[in-house]
Design a protein around this ligand. Structure first.
Ligand code: HGY
Ligand code: MN
Ligand code: MN
Length: 430
């Protein structure tokens, strides 16, 4: 009777990664789901856990002034520019257990495998503290601090309880006036690679485990407010200026116009005042998350939407207020990093990996301000994300770890001969 063949290396690592995803999922502020927000006790706990895993992988680990948990191979000489691998550990409310988290754990596995491998660059890992923007409404706070794009006015952002980011940072034992010092020196990074679930159905529809990201969609978030007049629920129709009716008409108009424009629009937040069953709403506040493959496409869609919202306001006697809370142009992944990731996927047996643009936003959008970026997509069940039903296959995770390791080695081989460009992808004809 022959002994069972040993599980392939990737399979054992995949099992560990999935168990770790389950462990991190237990650190949530929600009793019946996953929510882990910036500068929360849950954030502190998962940073400590990730730091321990980084140390087990042979990394020196530290928390930077923005609360990102960082790691660097202990064997790498000080000052050597680093290839940075990572993603984020924060979540949306009611999240799945793989969005962001999988990329951090894949990065730790790859660093572990390469702990003794001579590379022409240092190897670092980052567990970004805030990508979703769930707590303070502005996204990519952790990666923007790391990339040198921190804005001091963000200290005054407040959460749903009125706690300022400044206060939350102090409670997290961070100095809010030093968050900007998390910025990495230009030239200290040779590139950034992020593995992430696709959060869409395309890989599954193509029956492929992995894909190369070509670019990340342009996005803008806005807070829109219609103001009419709160009135008694008995008020005759002709005297009403109902803000919620206007918002409802606007929501359907935004869906129609975004569809016609080839963009995607999400209205995920709605709030009315005075929020009483027998009072005509005098105020209706709602969010708009608008995305398109390009900023030009996004802006064209917004122009049509804005025109229609103004018409709705005029027709219904409502004032319209619009505040932009986030804007990011599309980010083009660097050709050299795309090629390295494609080579990494090819090393796992898929000789012609699918290339696709990301409609979801990622930390790579922020890190692109300081270095080249590349992304590896991993198939996820039904394309579901930002939901407890988010799921990945263990064999795909095993392939992702192998592919990311091979991509790092491919990049090392290219850089060893001095090829490659380290300017930020925003400067490389992005
Ligand atoms: O919204 C996004 O695309 C990302 O999950 N923050
Ligand atoms: Mn997300
Ligand atoms: Mn994410």
């Amino acid at each position: 009777m022959t002994a069972a063949a040993p599980a392939p290396r990737g399979a054992e690592a995949a099992r560990r990664v999935l168990e770790r995803c389950d462990e991190l999922a237990r650190h949530s502020s929600m009793p019946d789901g996953i929510e882990r927000v910036y500068l929360s006790p849950e954030h502190a706990r998962v940073n400590d856990i990730a730091a321990a895993w980084m140390r087990e992988a042979g990394l020196h680990s530290w928390s930077d002034p923005a609360g990102n948990q960082c790691g660097r191979r202990s064997s790498d000489p000080a000052g050597r520019p680093a290839l940075l691998l990572g993603s984020h550990l924060d979540t949306v409310p009611g999240a799945g257990r793989y969005d962001g988290i999988l990329g951090v754990l894949v990065a730790i596995e790859v660093a572990d495998r390469l702990r003794e491998t001579e590379l022409p660059f240092a190897l670092e890992v980052v567990a970004v503290a805030d990508e979703e923007g769930t707590r303070f409404g502005t996204t990519l706070l952790g990666s923007r601090a790391l990339a040198g794009s921190w804005r001091e006015e963000w200290q005054e952002l407040t959460d749903a309880h009125g706690t300022t980011l400044r206060r939350a940072a102090l409670d997290f034992d961070l100095d809010p006036d030093r968050i900007a010092s998390a910025a990495r020196e230009p030239g200290s990074l040779v590139g950034y690679l992020e593995a992430h679930i696709e959060q869409g159905p395309r890989l599954e529809e193509a029956d492929r485990a992995l894909g190369v990201v070509t670019s990340i969609a342009a996005a803008e978030r806005r807070l829109l407010t219609f103001r009419g007049q709160a009135r008694h629920g008995a008020t005759p129709w002709h005297l009403r200026r109902d803000a919620l009716q206007g918002a409802a008409e606007a929501v359907l108009a935004m869906e129609r116009l975004a569809r016609e424009s080839g963009s995607v629009a999400t209205i995920g937040h709605v709030r009315v005042e005075p929020d009483a069953v027998n009072v005509v709403p005098g105020l209706a506040e709602f969010s708009l998350d608008l995305r398109d493959e390009t900023a030009a496409g996004r802006d064209a869609a917004w122009g049509r939407i804005q025109h229609e919202l103004q018409a709705i306001g005029l027709q219904r006697g409502l004032d319209l207020d619009v505040v932009s809370t986030h804007e990011a142009p599309e980010v083009v992944c660097a050709p050299e990093l795309r090629d390295a990731i494609a080579a990494g996927i090819a090393a796992t047996g898929d000789a012609e990996p699918p290339a696709l643009f990301s409609i979801a936003g990622h930390d790579a959008m922020a890190v692109a301000a300081i270095t080249e970026v590349g992304m590896l997509f991993v198939r996820c069940a039904g394309g579901i994300s930002h939901h407890r039903d988010e799921a990945v296959r263990a064999d795909d995770v095993a392939l992702a770890i192998d592919a990311m390791e091979a991509a790092v080695l491919e990049l090392a081989a290219r850089r060893a001969d001095g090829a490659g460009d380290t300017r930020p992808s925003s400067a490389i004809g992005a």
